[in-house]
Design a protein around this ligand. Structure first.
Ligand SMILES: [Zn+2]
Length: 265
């Protein structure tokens, strides 16, 4: 009878230790940089086709996957290829539900049990990964979902919109010394970005993070020469990556970011 409590205690200690060790690896950031992130499992094969583009500049990114237990063979192969090439994999839910709506209907524990833990466990047990971040489907989260996700992840990513030019929109910019204190990070969407948008919005933002020692997170979906709404063209993505490279900015993934969470630390 005693073996089980001891085993449980051992598991708790082992998991607290491994999180502590993981977080210790993530020293405070010392260089400004960007975090590129992309969402939705259906895009996995097209993402994997762009690995060379990232590698040309030594760039890395975070790819948020939905329902990893039910990937097609092509999607599963692409996921492994991205992970093997040093990209970070994050969790984007199981059924891509809007978390606040789900919590309102079923409660926060059901949200974790139905929409978060199964995806996390598949990525750990089937793919041997250790995701540290969650991206809200539809960028929908609140204080309850944030608090629940803090027990499992170092950061969550949401999306903000702004009426102001990006470089003047302070909520998108996190000073290097504060990254570990910000759990919910708002990203700027590059979906459908044109050359003009990159030149007028993204470039000034990249110059700002260099000057002020900050990081900024971008999000997009498919990487494809054409699409309807949720896509970025490879040549537009390359403009952003190339500019970062020219400015000497770092390419961080969510796994690189220091954090005070999960709270069991
Ligand atoms: Zn999504």
């Amino acid at each position: 009878m005693m073996r089980y409590p001891l085993l449980c205690l051992g598991l708790i200690l082992a998991s607290a230790w491994s999180w502590a060790a993981e977080n210790e690896k993530n020293a405070p950031l010392s260089e400004p940089g960007i975090v590129l992130s992309f969402d939705d499992s259906g895009n996995l094969p097209l993402w994997a086709e762009q690995i060379e583009l990232f590698q040309k500049y030594g760039a890395r990114a975070t790819f948020f996957v939905t329902n990893p237990a039910e990937l097609s063979d092509a999607e599963a192969a692409a996921l492994r290829k991205l992970a093997d090439s040093g990209m970070a994999i994050g969790v984007h839910g199981v059924h891509h539900v809007a978390s606040v709506d789900y919590v309102n209907e079923y409660g926060v524990e059901a949200f974790l049990d139905d929409e978060v833990r199964p995806a996390l466990e598949t990525l750990r047990n089937v793919y041997g990964l250790n995701p540290t971040s969650f991206a809200y489907p539809y960028s929908q989260g609140d204080a309850r979902t944030d608090a629940a996700l803090k027990t499992l992840f170092r950061h969550v990513r949401t999306g903000y919109s702004s009426g102001k030019p990006l470089a003047e929109s302070d909520p998108f910019f996190i000073p290097l010394g504060k990254v570990d204190q910000v759990f919910t990070i708002g990203a700027w969407s590059c979906d459908m970005a044109t050359q003009k948008v990159v030149e007028h919005q993204v470039y000034p933002a990249l110059e700002r993070i260099k000057e002020r020692s900050e990081i900024i997170v971008f999000l997009a979906h498919t990487i494809s020469p054409e699409g309807k709404k949720y896509f970025i063209k490879p040549d537009i993505l390359e403009m952003i990556i190339q500019k970062c490279s020219e400015l000497g900015l770092n390419f961080y993934t969510f796994d690189d970011l220091p954090s005070r969470w999960p709270e069991q630390n």
